[in-house]
Design a protein around this ligand. Structure first.
Ligand SMILES: *[C@@H]1O[C@H](CO)[C@@H](O)[C@H](O)[C@H]1NC(C)=O
Ligand SMILES: *[C@@H]1O[C@H](CO)[C@@H](O)[C@H](O)[C@H]1NC(C)=O
Ligand SMILES: *[C@@H]1O[C@H](CO)[C@@H](O)[C@H](O)[C@H]1NC(C)=O
Length: 410
């Protein structure tokens, strides 16, 4: 009898807290909702494009932040230079003002440290050649909507120009991202730079002592030594036996977002899985997740990844802004004298044990009996998916974590 009462009490408490948090929760405007949805489509088309590139190992980017960088191009562009942005974001019907305020609203919502308890530092800068002049209006509105700084840079001394970019990125991420790029090829245009640091705060922490060294098989013949953290708990999980992969969802603090792992059963190329990746497929998988006891082992690592997105965005349809003879970015400079030569998108992500206290009530109960094993010791894809807005905060793949090569034990 007392058990029923206890359950009732717990249910009551949960219901009440859900009600209060729902009241405090701001509802996203209509256009922000549309843009959130479309930024998720952007996530997959951009990912597919990047995965085709040879010699790229780890991938990591924030579709929401890429969307706001596109927003900046629309803000500085005229005519088709600007309208191509809307086409990519499938937002042709959204008015300019709504595009900018909607993207700003979305980014503010998902990166709010208070409601999400997330560590997500985002610094954005637009560099222009020293010959140009930034228009005041643009400087103001790009700061207001997209929190962009502006700076002119002299590439006559390329080495020190690159150094100052990297120093800015390191400083704005508290040293977590020491380098955005080693070199800049095209130095005659505008350069967008996003420098980020993201650290998930687990809804249920790992025990800091449940960490040890294990091998991560980047391929069948190459193993690196990484730290792995372990815990058993109740998670949303699905075994896709047809496609031979496991899907695990680990909620982050306040459960407003979740870290979703897509891991093939076996070591090998991620090609097949990557070709399947679409928003629709993701929704299908999400719909099949079921609360399951899972013994989770994942790398306790930090990864720093930097991409130059310029050519990928061009492939997705941003052909005018990046073309010197066609670009009209005259809202930035007042003249048609600028094109977009680089889009550096760099993030550091750190997976650690920290999070909210564990739910100890399930320990020693039947609920955790015979857990499924989720052992992330070979390449996988992951997403930080936002539950409230349905947007994708990050998408990436871990193919080669940092670590020393391990000797073959044969
Ligand atoms: C683009 O937006 C329209 C509505 O504005 C929607 O019906 C359509 O499905 C969207 N396309 C994609 C690929 O998301
Ligand atoms: C938020 O994060 C901080 C720092 O990691 C932690 O101390 C705190 O318990 C968290 N609070 C909630 C409500 O998640
Ligand atoms: C830029 O546009 C012009 C005119 O359409 C075209 O001929 C040229 O190939 C484009 N340049 C690049 C680098 O794509």
């Amino acid at each position: 009898m007392w058990i029923t009462n206890l359950v009732a009490l717990v249910l009551l408490a949960t219901a009440t807290s859900a009600a209060t948090s729902a009241k405090a929760d701001k509802v996203l405007s209509n256009h922000a909702t549309i843009l959130a949805d479309n930024s998720a489509n952007l996530a997959f088309s951009l990912y597919q494009n990047m995965a085709k590139e040879k010699d790229v190992e780890n991938i990591l980017f924030s579709p929401v932040v890429v969307a706001t960088s596109l927003g900046l191009v629309a803000l500085g562009g005229k005519d088709s230079t600007a309208s191509q942005v809307k086409t990519i974001l499938n937002a042709s019907k959204v008015k300019d003002e709504q595009l900018h305020s909607g993207l700003a609203e979305l980014l503010t919502e998902v990166s709010d440290p208070k409601t999400r308890n997330v560590t997500w530092k985002i610094s954005n800068r637009l560099y222009g050649p020293s010959s140009i002049k930034f228009v005041d209006d643009f400087v103001k509105s790009s700061k207001k909507h997209y929190n962009y700084d502006h700076s002119k840079i002299n590439f006559k001394d390329k080495k020190s120009a690159v150094k100052s970019i990297n120093e800015w990125a390191a400083k704005s991420t508290d040293g977590k991202l020491p380098e955005v790029t080693k070199d800049v090829e095209k130095t005659d245009g505008a350069m967008i730079i996003n420098a980020m640091f993201f650290k998930p705060h687990w809804d249920e922490q790992f025990h800091h002592k449940m960490v040890d060294n294990r091998g991560f098989l980047t391929s069948r013949s190459y193993t690196v030594s990484v730290q792995m953290m372990h815990r058993t708990g109740l998670y949303d999980y699905y075994d896709d036996k047809t496609n031979k992969l496991s899907i695990l969802s680990m909620p982050l603090a306040h459960k407003k977002s979740t870290l979703l792992f897509l891991m093939p059963y076996h070591v090998g190329s991620l090609d097949t899985l990557e070709k399947m990746l679409t928003k629709k497929q993701l929704d299908t998988w999400m719909g099949k997740l079921q609360q399951t006891a899972v013994a989770v082992s994942i790398p306790k690592v930090s990864m720093e990844v930097s991409h130059n997105l310029q050519k990928h965005l061009e492939k997705l349809g941003l052909t005018e802004a990046v073309n010197k003879s066609k670009a009209d970015l005259s809202k930035i400079t007042g003249k048609k004298d600028l094109y977009l030569s680089n889009v550096f998108h760099a993030s550091a992500m750190e997976w650690d044990t920290e999070g909210n206290p564990m739910d100890t009530s399930v320990f020693g109960t039947d609920k955790l009996k015979n857990p499924k094993l989720f052992y992330a010791d070979h390449p996988f894809i992951f997403l930080v998916k936002d539950q409230k807005t349905n947007s994708i905060l990050f998408i990436g793949r871990m193919v080669r974590p940092k670590g020393e090569k391990m000797r073959d034990e044969l």
